[in-house]
Design a protein around this ligand. Structure first.
Ligand SMILES: [Zn+2]
Ligand SMILES: [Zn+2]
Length: 164
């Protein structure tokens, strides 16, 4: 499966340049390592964990530390260029998409998929009287992805026919 959607790929180069510029403005020198991390992450749709990203990028950039990957991701979050996705029971994920969208979270394989739903984009915010200042939200559906649901089907013993 492609890690970059056609739509994301279009804006990906611009998004990459934006991220590079933001990191520079922040005083983070653009090392080869950091550039490789950004190239893997910006525009991706697989919501990687820091460890996954580290494994992928370290294959191309030997000597890359997990701490560098983690710090770069956290800096992107601080700069508003990425969001953290909590994934209870699994390692936290990161998403380069910061616009309002939702997720389908597989509790079997851990994959996280984007989920678009105009209806969910218009949930009522907490009343002002609650005193809570909501800054955002994202809905997560937990369950099993199509691939995991299929493999569970296969594992299930075939139903016995009467008289067989
Ligand atoms: Zn799954
Ligand atoms: Zn997402």
């Amino acid at each position: 499966m492609s890690r970059t959607s056609p739509l994301a790929a279009e804006g990906s180069a611009a998004a990459l340049e934006r991220a590079i510029a933001a990191l520079r403005a922040r005083g983070c020198p653009l090392t080869l390592q950091r550039r490789a991390i950004l190239e893997r992450f910006i525009g991706c749709t697989d919501h990687p964990a820091a460890d996954t990203l580290h494994a992928d990028v370290a294959a191309r950039v030997p000597g890359l530390s997990r701490a560098t990957v983690y710090r770069t991701l956290e800096t992107l979050v601080e700069l508003g260029l990425a969001v953290r996705i909590p994934h209870p029971g699994w390692e936290q994920r990161y998403d380069p998409r910061t616009d309002l969208h939702h997720h389908l979270v597989c509790e079997s394989c851990g994959e996280v998929f984007d989920h678009e739903s105009p209806a969910l984009d218009h949930l009522p915010r907490p009343a002002r009287s609650s005193g809570f200042l909501a800054q955002g939200y994202s809905v997560q559906f937990r369950g099993r992805c199509a691939a995991c649901a299929r493999s569970t089907e296969r594992r299930r013993p075939a139903p016995r026919r009467n008289g067989a």
